[in-house]
Design a protein around this ligand. Sequence first.
Ligand code: CAO
Length: 425
Amino acid sequence: MSKALDGVRILDFTHVQSGPTCTQLLAWFGADVIKVERPGTGDITRGQLQDIPKVDSLYFTMLNHNKRSITIDARNPKGKEILEGLVKTCDVMVENFAPGALDRMGFTWERVHAMNPRIILASVKGFGPGPYEDCKVYENVAQCAGGSASTTGFDDGPPLVTGAQIGDSGTGLHLALGIVAALFQRNTTGEGQKVSVAMQDGVLNLCRVKLRDQQRLAHGPLTEYPQYPHGEFGDAVPRSGNASGGGQPGWILKCKGWETDPNAYIYFIVQAPVWEPICDVIGKPEWKTDPDYAKPPARLPRLKHIFDTIESWTMTKTKFEAMDILNKYDIPCGPILSMKEIAEEQSLRATGTVVEVDHPTRGKYLSVGNPIKMSASNSEVKRSPLLGEHTDEILRDVLRWDEAKIAEIRASGAIGGETRAAAAE
Ligand code: CAO
């Protein structure tokens, strides 16, 4: 089966998480992704959070599937020559260095564009133009600056970051879309362009509903928030605990076993069209006609009492028993699944969303496969490359350099020593 991005070659000058997420997605769609790494150490994540000594970390392996690795010292003149060769032959160059780092290496957009007018230069930075444009940024900084942290958590607690990597992986996703759109536009213009995504902007885009609520606040209290009707609203959107964020009220409720199992909970949505079945299931049939409960606006000031009452019922069932019962009536709900449960979930294995990958020095491990399913572009998850594993192959097959030239380059120190068989510590 062919792949959506067959024939697209990507110069992947990314590291850590945001950039690698983007290029991994493009690799799953069939692009030839050439990951450039510093000789000796490579992407810093190879050695971070290592669970097995001297073996590429899961942090690295799970973000760099389906790529080839070449080691290049970008400060070495011969290293620059390799990079220039790759710029001339690639369709896309992706980077997420600190602001100014790529320019300092000599690869400004103007120069890259002049070398290859068809190339797309795609960058992740922490912030766009403005007071923080020169700052280095990691995941949680973006979550804080993009509006997520101030709106996550409970009213009486501090701001919270979320485990979902919306700053890094979320921005990688945005960048991948920008790249694909630029490739599409190139079909008509023949020209590449610069694509930039700031992590702050990516997080804010995902927090769009909170900017919605900020403006609603000017017209009265946010009636679906837990602060309503008894709490106070200030001049900024408050943290809304586990409230749904949409037009249908929801909350996380305890299930049987919650005293010992930290994940014995269910998310329960009081969707208006299924109010009557909800009343029957929880043993409150009288609420179907009671004017204090029958209609959504009447329920809003009573949501805490309603969820407490539903919880008295969910606590008599495991989260899976509750799911089975509620789904019969189309009542929207979801179990709080632990990572252990997700790792063991057979339906996710069957769809390739959770995959087992074999790695030469690590052995078998689980990863998340491509969540985007396409009927005519299958994503096969292939292990991440060892550091510099494809250096010679790329010089030979992509740049078409002969053995004498490769030997000269190796002697210069621009690609490090012999290709390494194992990761850096
Ligand atoms: N050969 C030679 N030098 C190389 C090289 C190579 N192959 N690859 C990188 N370098 C050099 C860079 O040129 C840079 O040098 P100078 O700063 O001296 O010009 C240096 O390595 C370090 O790059 P960096 O500043 O990007 O790396 P860092 O570890 O200090 O910062 C990070 C990391 C992520 C904070 C920063 O890259 C950043 O802010 N990136 C943009 C935002 C981003 O993507 N954040 C998400 C990270 S995932 O949580």
